[in-house]
Design a protein around this ligand. Sequence first.
Ligand code: SF4
Ligand code: SF4
Length: 103
Amino acid sequence: MIRLLRILYLNVTPRNEICLKFLLVKLQAGEFSMITIKHDGCILCVGCSSVCPMNAIEVVGTRMEHFPEKCIDCGLCVRGCPANVIKLHKGVKDLKDIPKEER
Ligand code: SF4
Ligand code: SF4
């Protein structure tokens, strides 16, 4: 998280500034969340990666991969997914806290 803050702070662009503010507000509020993708239902439309401000979700090989270390949990990818296979788990810090059937 500190690394992500540093990257956003050092690379000042209007988009990064918004992301940094979003992340700081979340951290101050003590909010945590985590994204999961149900790969079975993904149609590889790349709608999620096209709306992600952090490049935290991308095609790797033949499937979409999420990179939590870049993610600010903004939820834009969830709304951008026509197949409804991305889920934002609020209050979750670790993937192991999410039931297997939801990953
Ligand atoms: S929640 Fe989705 S859109 Fe937002 S930064 Fe994370 S991967 Fe990108
Ligand atoms: S938006 Fe949904 S269906 Fe499209 S590539 Fe992303 S995860 Fe897959």
